[in-house]
Design a protein. Structure first.
Length: 195
């Protein structure tokens, strides 16, 4: 029997915020496994810990207790710099609710930045940027800055930026909130990028 190894495993993840004597238990013993090709939706009421979970998984926040594994290997101190930056760079794509695009950069520059930080060659960067722009339907918008785009177009850029490095795991906090139904379906369909 060929046993599959999960891409991401969370074990007993907890996050408690303390303010004075008050404790807020945002996460309490979260366990799950994510396998290649799976899409998992985390649902719950506002304030139920969804964004906290994504932030802990993406090393933007640290767990109070518990840990994670990536491809079967324990991610030790993954949430502490400089490990956190390396962990995100090698494993995680993140789509934020508020896009987090760099306002002074064009669409193509926002998309190229993660590849530049990975020291890829200019030729490869140009090819990948063009491919991802086509994938998310932003052809003709390469030279626009975020302020020149609609909310839905900005969200497409944010999704494209998260996908461009072909991360093992894509974490998304309401990734299609500003997109119409057809565009949401098109972008969320599994796709293959050249690598």
């Amino acid at each position: 029997m060929n046993e599959k190894i999960p891409i991401l495993q969370a074990r007993n993840l907890s996050r408690i915020y303390e303010k004075g004597e008050e404790k807020v238990r945002a996460l309490d013993g979260v366990d799950f496994e994510l396998y290649k090709g799976e899409m998992v939706a985390v649902m719950g009421a506002s304030g139920s810990g969804k964004s906290t979970l994504l932030n802990v998984l993406g090393a933007l926040d640290s767990p109070t207790r518990g840990g994670i594994k990536i491809n079967g290997r324990e991610a030790k101190n993954y949430h502490v710099e400089p490990n956190a930056t390396k962990y995100r760079s090698q494993n995680i794509g993140f789509v934020f609710q508020d896009f987090n695009l760099l306002k002074d950069l064009t669409v193509e520059d926002n998309l190229a930045l993660p590849l530049i930080l990975k020291n890829m060659e200019d030729e490869v960067i140009s090819q990948k940027v063009e491919e991802i722009i086509q994938l998310v339907g932003l052809d003709g918008r390469q030279k626009h800055r975020p302020v020149e785009l609609s909310g839905g177009q900005q969200q497409r850029v944010a999704i494209a930026r998260a996908l461009i490095t072909s991360p093992a795991v894509l974490l998304a906090d309401e990734p299609t909130g500003n997109l119409d139904y057809n565009t949401s379906v098109e972008i969320l369909e599994p796709h293959t990028q050249t690598g």
